[in-house]
Design a binder for this molecule. Sequence first.
Ligand code: EPZ
Length: 418
Amino acid sequence: MKIMEIEGGRELSGTIRISGAKNATVALIPAAILTDEEATICNVPEITDTDALCDILKLLKVNVNRASESLVIDPRAMENTEIAEIFSKKLRASYYFMGALLGKFKKAVMYFPGGCSIGARPIDLHLKGFEALGAKITVEKNKYIVEADELKGANIYLDIASVGATINIMLAAVKAKGTTIIDNAAKEPEIVNVATFLNNMGAKIVGAGTSTIKIEGVEHLNKCFHEVIPDRIEAGTYIIIGALCGKYFKVDNMIPEHVDSLLSKLEEMGVKLEIGTDYVMILERNNNLKATNIKTAVYPGFPTDLQQPFTVLLTQAHGKSKVNETIWENRFMHVPYLKELGADIVVKNQTATIIGPTELKGSSVVATDLRAGAAMVATGLKASGTTTITNVEHILRGYEQIIEKLTNVGAKITLKEI
Ligand code: EPZ
């Protein structure tokens, strides 16, 4: 088991370079099997979710070559085998193989996906989309069998603007006969990144990034070269850490526009920022932060994935703040640990009320999921004394070289095997 130990209370200063986006990468890797030739993806983060998806590629006899930040994926000799539970359970995004295999072979057999326990996480909208394209779905115990004689373009309205359903339907529709229209599609930057990748291969997708996506099916997809966008959630996490502990703290190689909602909230709280074209710098520490309210929403609203680290910052603001979580029903698991360290927080009806500022004192905490883990790292860096985080495997699923990046800006943080 791995644990993280943080000696908190230090001022952080310097530059953190943002890696490729996890939530784009985890869709791009399965999408790559759609090419009839070879796909090269660069700026791929070295995180355990990438490894888990490459293991699935290897199971499917796809040739994968990793050279530094690039992945070369050649599916020419691939076999459409069942994706066993030990592979599917490792992460949520294994479900993108359903759309990609269906699109390529008109058949996918896969056990239920895994992922963070942040809510019920149904995939009914993905399945409805596949059905609309002509697929038949059978659920055998905890295995999905999705197959079609022919995939035909369809008009699909998503009841919820789901990121996963939007991408999965795009993957299944890209080689279908005729035109597919996805209405009330999700608009997250990761969706645009995946659509661009598919278009680079020869797909005909327009409207990604808006709520209507139109896909004209094509027969072949070619060789392509593609770059993963910077991770807006990793960037947002470090910006929040900078607001908590930083001075001349630069988060570099990012797209500030992708975290506009976060930056507006920080400015409203009184955080002094310099916003460049590809960086955000926290200029000085403000011990007089103002309280504020946030409500999580689909892009470009305040991202649920930053809600947990942002709660930590709110414990240091003067007055009463509220955090209303609207996407996931179980995303306050970091709160009991924050309270143990000294925060004053009450959670009721999907809303956390935080009274600040409160002093935080290091203790032993658990990373219950990926972003709760990021919140624990932020807490440990701010708290006085030593904070020990267990279950850090969750954190390593999504933050590339977190120990090295934070050490470079002056944090005392170590990863230990016990
Ligand atoms: C993606 O999850 C991200 N994961 C999540 O990031 C992120 O929190 C989420 O989008 C929202 O931004 C990946 O990209 C791999 P959704 P996804 O489908 O696609 C409901 C992180 O920390 N819903 O947009 O699974 C669902 O229950 C993670 O990096 C249905 O009801 O999210 C939720 O309430 C965690 N039926 C809402 O929609 C469906 O078929 C949004 O889910 C699908 C979703």
